[in-house]
Design a protein around this ligand. Structure first.
Ligand SMILES: C[S@@+](CC[C@H](N)C(=O)[O-])C[C@H]1O[C@@H](n2cnc3c(N)ncnc32)[C@H](O)[C@@H]1O
Length: 150
């Protein structure tokens, strides 16, 4: 991903700085001491445990300046009790949607995917001091934002 980003962003020259880091240990990431106006995460947070997700959100919330924004596009977890209802919609988007919750969980486990409930992700952002909302939900993918007060 970093190689791809390096290639795609090369035309911006020194305006781009790529930093590799492990979000399960965010405080070890060697970021420059810039002031950050926004943070974007696409399809990455679901690789972390729930405790690591909450810690990563708190880390990001502390990093961004007042008025700053966190934008997250990621998977959301489905509760077993609601799986049949969700699957009825997902199947219209993707005919390979599993028939049972057990199959669904098996696929997630095999892929190393650990999505969290939408309400938990919003709660962790709020706990980090942000105003949080889901702006768009499509199947099991959510666009979640957190805005820091000015
Ligand atoms: C499904 S890919 C998404 C990549 C890209 N954002 C996209 O949307 O195409 C998941 C990405 O999360 C990264 N990732 C997984 N665990 C991570 C962690 N603990 N810290 C940082 N990145 C991680 C992987 O390296 C991979 O690039």
């Amino acid at each position: 991903m970093l190689d791809l980003a390096r290639e795609r962003l090369s035309r911006f020259g020194s305006r781009v700085l790529l930093v590799a880091g492990d979000l399960s240990e965010p405080n070890a990431i060697a970021l420059p001491s810039f002031s950050f106006r926004a943070a974007f995460s696409v399809q990455t947070i679901h690789h972390l445990s729930d405790a690591e997700k909450a810690a990563a959100f708190a880390w990001l919330a502390a990093l961004i300046e007042p008025g700053g924004l966190i934008v997250i596009i990621d998977r959301v977890k489905v509760e077993e009790q609601l799986f049949r209802d969700w699957a009825a919609i997902w199947r219209k988007l993707d005919p390979r949607t599993p028939e049972t919750y057990a199959e669904h969980v098996g696929e997630l486990t095999e892929a190393g995917d650990r999505p969290a409930l939408l309400q938990d992700q919003l709660a962790w952002l709020e706990l980090a001091g942000l105003h949080a909302s889901c702006l768009h939900l499509y199947g099991n993918r959510a666009l979640i934002v957190g805005r820091k007060s000015d």
